[in-house]
Design a protein around this ligand. Structure first.
Ligand code: GAP
Length: 445
């Protein structure tokens, strides 16, 4: 039976099993920054590769890019971030806490009363969310640069380079994954909102007359993607931005929201950015960023449909969505029902006992499976406990070598979700696991 996951349960599992640790924990931690441990980085890498495959390799007309974090400061003037990328903040004069004005109860804002200590709040002031630093040894205005707050701008300023070097024709896309930084007031929701995170963004360049068609296409494609990732469809929905939610560069925007333990919140944004970005960069740089259609001879500034999702936020929803607890023979079983493509370990291999040559046989099998799958060998403790340890990190298949293996070269394969066990010949093991990964379907929506 499915159990409700809480943030506390997930945070505890993540720390216990090495998915996510608090940054600089031995110094008391740095709020809103997190480190990904041995299993966390495996999961994060798999999600990133999955996104990359879905958003570039499966499309002839989408190419990749890896732009730098530091860019010319004029980029952020052109993009509108210097002027508009702000949050209205209030400070408590007594307890010194800082809040986003739009995130405290209205009555507190009206009375300018601190929601924590009742002290007096300052009037809301707009703070820019970009981190500013200096390049080179002199810290003057001329050396100021920003840590990028989105990867998108690296794509826009390379539009001409990519167009000329890859000989793409509109419509085509450029995809990028990378670190971004925002000086956010973060809430207590684990990795949901952090100051440093990774985005996976794709910018699709189109003819202006086709914006509705491509906007609908990418909305559908992106929601379908989460099903492939093994996320339950009942936990996802669209939210259309109202006029006062729309970012300065957007004509229309939908969020794909996920139902977190703290409510429905944004997972991904799909934006119709029109010709705003290329026009602005054209104006600010003085370079022509128009596109010439060689067949119709029409010259125009392309519109952009953007899909943008946090990699670290995806890790969070994948873990939340996978977390399950059930009673098995009077004991609680914690199981991560991760899609086998994403699980940090694909196969656990165990000898039933260490003696009588079983350990050697199991090691040999583990070694051969490593060629194709992430494999973990474990000979410590009762077999039931070894299964439970793998359930808790989402390992979809466990292989046990026992005395019968010596007689007929078969092993037991145990499936994480159903806990069913079946005997398979060792030479059929890799094919069995491979088809199990490909045929996987999540039970329970
Ligand atoms: N280029 C458009 C853009 O950056 P956004 O809605 O500001 O749009 C896109 O961000 C996605 O990045 C969000 O849907 C979310 O997944 C992720 N994201 C945004 N701010 C974040 C934060 N502080 N911490 C973690 N992820 C964040």
């Amino acid at each position: 039976m499915e159990a409700d996951v809480t943030m506390d349960k997930l945070v505890s599992l993540c720390k216990r099993r090495g998915f996510v640790f608090q940054s600089s924990e031995i110094y008391g931690g740095l709020s809103s920054a997190w480190d990904y441990g041995p299993l966390g980085i495996e999961l994060k890498n798999r999600i990133q590769s999955f996104w990359w495959r879905e958003m570039t390799q499966l499309h002839d007309n989408i190419v990749g890019l890896d732009a730098s974090i530091l860019m010319h400061p004029r980029v952020w003037e052109a993009s509108g971030h210097v002027e508009n990328f702000t949050d209205p903040l209030v400070d408590c004069k007594r307890c010194k806490l800082r809040f986003r004005a739009d995130q405290i109860p209205e009555e507190n804002l009206e009375k300018l009363e601190c929601p924590k200590c009742g002290g007096q709040l300052t009037e809301p002031r707009n703070f820019n969310l970009m981190f500013k630093t200096h390049i080179g040894p002199v810290e003057d205005d001329g050396s100021a640069v920003f840590l990028r707050p989105e990867t998108a701008q690296g794509i826009y300023v390379n539009f001409r380079n990519v167009l000329q070097s890859s000989r793409q024709k509109i419509p085509f896309g450029i995809a990028q994954v990378g670190k971004v930084f925002r000086n956010e007031i973060t809430t207590k929701n684990f990795t949901f909102r952090t100051c440093e995170f990774e985005q996976m963004e794709m910018q699709y360049f189109i003819h202006p007359s086709e914006d509705l068609k491509w906007f609908d296409f990418w909305k559908q494609t992106r929601i379908d993607y989460y099903e492939k990732l093994g996320i339950r469809s009942g936990k996802l929905r669209f939210h259309r931005h109202s006029a006062d939610e729309l970012a300065h560069y957007c004509r229309d925007a939908y969020d794909i929201q996920y139902e977190y333990p703290f409510g429905w919140q944004e997972l991904e944004g799909i934006h119709n950015r029109t010709d705003y970005d290329l026009k602005r960069h054209s104006d600010y740089s003085g370079k022509d960023l128009s596109y010439l259609d060689e067949v119709s001879r029409e010259r125009y500034i392309p519109y952009i449909i953007e899909t943008s999702v946090g990699l670290t936020r995806t890790v969070l929803i994948v873990l939340l969505d996978a977390y399950d607890e059930e009673q098995v023979e009077g004991e609680k079983r914690v199981v991560l029902r991760l899609h086998p493509r994403l699980a940090p370990v694909t196969v656990g291999v165990f000898p039933l006992v260490k003696k009588d040559g079983l350990a050697d046989m199991a090691r040999e099998i583990a070694q051969s499976l490593k060629e194709e799958f992430t494999t973990f060998y474990d000979q410590g403790g009762a077999i039931g406990r070894r299964y439970r340890r793998q359930d808790e990190i989402g390992t979809p298949f466990c292989v046990t070598v026992d005395y019968q293996t010596k007689e007929d070269n078969t092993v037991t394969v145990r499936f994480r979700d159903s806990m069913e066990q079946t005997r398979i010949r060792v030479d059929e093991l890799a094919a069995c696991i491979d088809s199990g990964v490909k045929a996987y379907e999540r039970v329970g929506q």
